[in-house]
Design a protein around this ligand. Structure first.
Ligand SMILES: [Zn+2]
Length: 69
């Protein structure tokens, strides 16, 4: 099992294997930050899907972002 470093708080965490590009831990503040980034991503330009996510990673990530409503 590999761990990742949270892009928000810098703590290490266990990424969910179902989530691609899992860069935030499960702390409430970090989840809020994740949602903010996600919204900026889709609001700024719908067609501008980041290259490192790509179409393959887009749908799982969209499902993950669902909790942001
Ligand atoms: Zn965090």
């Amino acid at each position: 099992m590999s761990t990742k470093i949270c892009a928000c708080c810098g703590q290490t965490f266990q990424p969910d294997p179902r989530v691609k590009n899992h860069t935030f831990c499960s702390a409430p503040d970090c989840q809020k930050e994740r949602c903010k980034k996600w919204r900026q991503m889709i609001v700024s330009d719908n067609a501008n899907i980041p290259i490192d996510i790509g179409l393959v990673g887009f749908l799982p990530l969209a499902r993950f972002a669902y909790a942001c409503q």
